[in-house]
Write a protein that binds this ligand. Structure first.
Ligand code: 6MZ
Length: 362
């Protein structure tokens, strides 16, 4: 099963760039900072948090602050982007929507734009796999060159699109700036907007104008929804009707009814939900109920670095916990094509590709 989960082509739609940092890279960068700038980062503190197995949601956000203290300059942003793409490709992810929060750091001349440019540079600098990230540069994507079931020796191809995140700590103006940036960078492969960050922070009404503007301008929107108990916000979010939502852990009956009738696809992050205690155990995870109801779902990793996971591990966990066979897993992966934010050309190429994978299995 493990081998199948790795070799099967997969689609990742909920991955945060900085949360997907390799732990070895994080430790290396933290050590260098500790040595160069005494006091800026305390390496033992970093090691302690990283090695802790279960992190409460509050501790996870403390870890993100630590990661952000370590990843400060453009070169580091480029480096981690390159590594994250290599890691997803080596796990046979063929289509990845990578999300990240554009950051401003005046002290080193970093603007939100230059931050995203550094991410783009990371995509460009990958050499071990072919990265298709600029839309409409050719009639079809390079997927037709992909072997049906990828093996270790074949050259990998990965299609990457970007989603820009609004952090819940941001103001309406800052959120609007991110949406405008996404619009400016659409021709470079930015396809959507995400609302994320500590769910205990901020108010829905703060981001709403920017999210509405994004939608009016034709950007797709995904929202972190129901990571904590907040009935009113969940209701408001579902009424907004985003293209997708992430998590959906603390839903009440009225939310499930609304979600199911609206058919909004849910990005499911099993390991993340269990490790942050957002769901008590895998046995009671809402994946089972939504899957049975044939609700649109996609398995995702959230933060591969922070939660020590990979997409193939998430599939294996789902297979073992909910009794899915190879065919069901492939169907789950293939169905995700319908929920991607990229244009119809990419969607069609992926449909054709997954059809041939499925035909080959029969
Ligand atoms: C909410 C999350 C998250 O944007 O700096 N992020 N927000 N819930 C989660 N589940 C545990 N995991 C990650 O990546 C890190 C940022 O992504 C958001 C947080 O805002 C975090 O600071 P970037 O690349």
């Amino acid at each position: 099963m493990e081998e199948w989960c790795v070799s099967m082509p997969k689609i990742e739609l909920h991955a945060h760039l900085n949360g997907s940092i390799r732990l070895t890279t994080l430790l290396e960068l933290a050590k260098a900072l500790t040595e160069n700038q005494k006091g800026a980062v305390n390496i033992s503190q970093v090691e302690h948090v990283i090695m802790k197995h279960d992190l409460s949601l509050t501790e996870v956000f403390q870890l993100f602050d630590l990661i952000h203290n370590v990843i400060t300059d453009h070169n580091t942003v480029t480096r981690i982007t390159k590594e994250v793409i290599e890691d997803f490709a080596s796990d046979n992810v063929v289509y990845l929507e990578l999300r990240t929060t554009p950051k401003r750091n005046d002290s080193i001349g970093m603007s939100k734009r230059s931050y995203v440019d550094a991410v783009m540079e990371g995509l460009r600098s990958v050499s071990s796999v072919d990265v298709d990230f600029i839309p409409n540069t050719q009639d079809s994507t390079s997927l037709s060159n992909l072997p049906i079931i990828t093996n270790e020796n074949s050259r990998k191809i990965i299609i990457v699109r970007l989603i820009l995140s609004i952090d819940r700590r941001e103001t309406t103006e800052a959120a609007m700036e991110t949406v405008k940036l996404a619009l400016e960078m659409r021709h470079l492969g930015v396809v959507g907007i995400d609302l994320s960050g500590n769910p205990k922070t901020g108010e829905w009404t703060t981001y709403l104008p920017a999210l509405k503007f994004a939608r009016e301008q034709g950007l797709s929107v995904t929202l972190h929804c129901g990571e904590i108990r907040n009935s009113k916000e969940i209701k408001n979010m579902l009424e907004f009707h985003p293209q997708r939502i992430g998590h959906a852990c603390f839903f009440e009956d009225e939310h499930w009814i609304k979600l199911k009738s609206s058919k909004i696809p849910v990005e499911i992050c099993l390991t993340s939900n269990i490790r942050t205690f957002s769901v008590a155990s895998i046995e009671v995870h809402h994946f089972a109920c939504l899957y049975k109801a044939k609700h649109p779902l996609v398995l995702c990793t959230d933060d591969t670095g922070v939660f020590s996971t990979r997409l193939s591990k998430e599939y294996k966990l789902a297979a073992n916990s909910f009794g899915l066979g190879r065919w069901e897993m492939l169907e789950l992966s293939r169905n995700a094509v319908e929920y991607i934010f990229a244009d119809n050309g990419v969607k069609n190429d992926l449909r054709i590709f997954f059809n041939s994978v499925a035909n080959n299995m029969e």
